[in-house]
Write a protein that binds this ligand. Structure first.
Ligand code: MLT
Length: 340
């Protein structure tokens, strides 16, 4: 089996040697380029794993499963989701960085790929050199929500309440480097408080505890919160984008509600380990673009307050350009907020 070959070092060495020999032979045959195209012509021959850096049932998992099915259909294989939780998504990214660069392991990650370098001194990977980008997927607004019996009813009241009760109020998030952590940091900065934070392995379990009343409030993406907001299971204060979200038309923006500096939207992208052949990446990018044009995906995303990126953004180049830019932007913001 292919996966056994990849985990057996001696056999891997033999296969690499054999592949190298075949490549060298092919390169000597006139009319062939002996390059990556031979490798991609049969790709994929087996299921593809997508590592999701947060708990099942949360927003990253939801988006991955949404596009995984149509991507798998167009590739003729299954896209298998593996949730690897811990340390705000950095455990998963570290694992994906060291996977075989053959296209059979992808990573779905979000804005956290660009915030982690400023938040971790000992990050076990470099987002720019340990990965190849496949394409952007979507950009998701965040909402500020609370357990439904939490006292404040508006964002203005929330600000006043946490100022007065900062020793007791609890703020949930999905670990240092997660989107909910980033939004929570910006919120605390905007108000000028330091709250008691409660980290989870994803906002799926965090939201469950919020609904259960174990924590007071949190930021989370509309892909996770829309159902709970419209179902009245949580209290919602604002959406963190300049415009209101169509699926939540009554929810004011942070600007309307009095915190204009709190702007975050959570962009997601697909990655493969550095060294993955370009033509293998091209096959994955094409499947991603097919999935993002799928009407079922467009409708599901719209119901959850988001949309697929345009096709020209679902490319390795656009994705890398955004990643580079965002590492700079968030490095500066996080550095300044930490007094650096
Ligand atoms: C998740 O999938 O649980 C979230 O994306 C976590 C987060 O970044 O807030």
């Amino acid at each position: 089996m292919r996966r056994e070959q990849r985990t057996t070092p001696q056999r891997s060495v033999a296969l690499v040697f054999l592949a190298a020999s075949l490549a060298a032979l092919t390169a000597c045959v006139p009319g062939t380029d002996g390059g990556d195209s031979d490798q991609a012509s049969g790709f994929p021959e087996d299921d593809i794993e997508v590592i999701v850096p947060f708990a099942a049932g949360g927003p990253t998992d939801t988006v991955t499963r949404m596009i995984g099915e149509p991507m798998g259909e167009s590739l003729g294989v299954q896209i298998v989701v593996q949730n690897v939780e811990g340390a705000g998504g950095t455990v998963a990214a570290g694992q994906a960085a060291t996977a075989a660069p053959d296209g059979y392991t992808m990573l779905m990650h979000h804005i956290g790929m660009s915030t982690a370098p400023a938040l971790y001194d000992d990050l076990p990977y470099d987002p720019l050199t340990d990965f190849e980008t496949v394409g952007l997927v979507t950009e998701v607004p965040m909402t500020i929500i609370a357990r439904k019996d939490f006292e404040p009813n508006t964002l203005e009241e929330l600000v006043a309440y946490v100022e007065a009760n900062q020793d007791t109020v609890t703020l949930a998030h999905a670990g240092v480097g997660s989107a909910s952590n980033l939004c929570g940091l910006l919120l605390q900065d905007a108000i000028g408080v330091t709250l008691q934070e409660v980290p989870y392995d994803g906002t799926g379990p965090a939201l469950a505890d919020l609904v259960g009343g174990q924590v007071d409030f949190m930021c989370d993406q509309t892909t996770n919160t829309t159902g709970q907001i419209t179902g009245g299971e949580v209290k919602a204060y604002a959406v963190t984008t300049p415009e209101r979200v169509e699926s939540l038309p009554d929810l004011p923006t942070t600007t309307e509600a009095g915190l204009p500096d709190l702007q975050v939207s959570v962009w997601h992208g697909l990655y493969v380990p550095a060294g993955t052949p370009e033509d293998v990446i091209a096959v994955l990018t094409e499947a991603l673009q097919t999935a993002l044009a799928d009407q079922g995906v467009i409708d599901q995303m719209a119901d959850l307050g988001t949309a697929p990126v345009d096709a020209d953004q679902a490319t390795p180049e656009a994705h890398r350009a955004l990643l580079e830019e965002q590492i700079g932007v968030w490095g500066d913001i996080i550095g300044a907020s930490q007094g650096g």
